[in-house]
Write a protein that binds this ligand. Sequence first.
Ligand code: IPM
Ligand code: MG
Length: 364
Amino acid sequence: MNSKDRKKKILLLPGDGIGPEVFAPVMKILEHIVKTGQIALEWEEGLIGGIATDRTGYPLPPETLEKADRSDAVLLGAVGGPKYDTLPYDKRPERALLGIREHLGVFANLRPARLFPELAASSTLKPEVISDLDLIVVRELTGGIYFGKPRGIFEESGVRRGVNTETYTEPEIVRILRVAFDLARKRRKRVTSVDKANVLESSALWREVAVSVHKDYPDVELSHMYVDNAAMQLVRNPKQFDVLVTGNLFGDILSDEAAQLTGSIGMLASASIGGKTGLYEPIHGSAPDIAGKDMANPLAMILSLALLFRYSLDREDLAENIESAARTVLKDGVRTVDIQGKGTKKIVGTREMGERVFSALSKS
Ligand code: IPM
Ligand code: MG
């Protein structure tokens, strides 16, 4: 039996807030795909975030990491909630997210921002600015200021000082740039490297290394942009971008901005790769304000499952089926509240949106 035929295993981590709600349709889709013999796949569930703290005392219990280690891919909902905001820093649900990314070594976070044409009128930007938008943010995910040392809150002569460190080694920059160039080769062959090289040494090195890695990719065009300008260009003329590659913090910020171009943060899925096991999660958070209200848009979660099939299980066909089912539902004018606008025929909740995608998928 070659590795392609081996039964694959995935770990499901619904997490907190709207996480479990947006996960429900994913479970149904998975069951359907397996039951109809489209893939040999099994899964187990695990705890992460606030719910894990409630049950075990830790936001990222060792058992979750063990389960992740024996999986081919991990699908994650969201973590966090007001109940946990007053916990000490290392018990915060967000630490679990950073912890699992670090543990899996998934240094490359791909955040594709592609506009479904049906949603052109749902964005806050003019349709002509965003129509046919198709860019991808490649965010470095296991380095930079999120992990750099020293970090902490220190006290000196009665004055407290909060410290974080932006740091990138040359090999870290090389490997993320390679991911970006490789991706660009399968797309429109344009990479924009985003930095703050006019001020930060870590960025100056980033830019220098980008130029030297580029020598291996003469067929791809490389340009550089300062992050403040990139933030502006994203709303001014986002279609100039194909692949945007940047560090952890800049990527965090720019990918939320890119999400809004596609209508709503409820639309953007992400894939974190480069380690042994891929991690897939919507870029939205746990949205405690709407949790339990059947209001959340499950599409980013469902589209994250599509990315899992694409990048970790090498099943482009299943990824495309899911994406086209989502498209069908949008074409029918069905929308959750966050993506309502011109062309909306029916506003639905999380459950019904999930049902609609499921039924489009099971008919295809
Ligand atoms: C994201 C989120 C996380 C991050 C938070 C929740 C820790 O904003 O995935 O973009 O900053 O990476
Ligand atoms: Mg973010």
